[in-house]
Ligand binder design. Structure first.
Ligand SMILES: [Zn+2]
Length: 149
């Protein structure tokens, strides 16, 4: 049976995501790699994403729908191989789900606007950040819009 919370169309609270595009359309709209991560909750290989070490100031938006998700100001060097943030831009820009897929319980982060997979959130790892959270985000799930000077 399909788990409604994990099918990318329904939020954990049962409400639909505002951007509802069927999977066939997503397939056409996204590249194959983007589709695998954003719509099939895949993970890009560590240290391969284009934003792992990016320091450019700006806003990271959802690559699927353009919803603003993270600020470069909350990006930090986690050395884990994926872009890492200590907080999303706003609490309601992202939806959290329980992910039991890897024999452990992880917290999955999805775009609150279209339900696309972004990455996972880890807490209490001892990083020297204001929240002690690591939002471990696939580069391919987001797009950086550089700030204008
Ligand atoms: Zn989105």
């Amino acid at each position: 049976m399909k788990d409604p919370a994990h099918d990318g169309t329904t939020r954990p609270d049962g409400t639909p995501y505002p951007v509802a595009i069927d999977e066939k359309e997503w397939k056409e709209k996204l590249s194959r790699q983007e589709y695998d991560v954003l719509r099939r909750a895949g993970t890009e290989r560590p240290h391969t994403g284009e934003y792992v070490d990016t320091k450019t100031k700006g806003v990271y938006s959802c690559r699927a729908c353009g919803h603003e998700l993270f600020s470069s100001e909350s990006k930090f060097d986690s050395h884990c191989g994926w872009p890492s943030f200590f907080t999303p831009l706003a609490g309601d820009s992202v939806v959290l789900l329980e992910d039991r897929s890897m024999m452990s319980v992880r917290t999955e982060a999805r775009c609150a606007n279209c339900g696309s997979h972004l990455g996972h959130v880890f807490e209490g790892e001892g990083y020297n950040t204001p929240t002690d959270q690591r939002w471990c985000i696939n580069s391919i799930s987001v797009r950086l819009e550089p700030a204008e000077d």
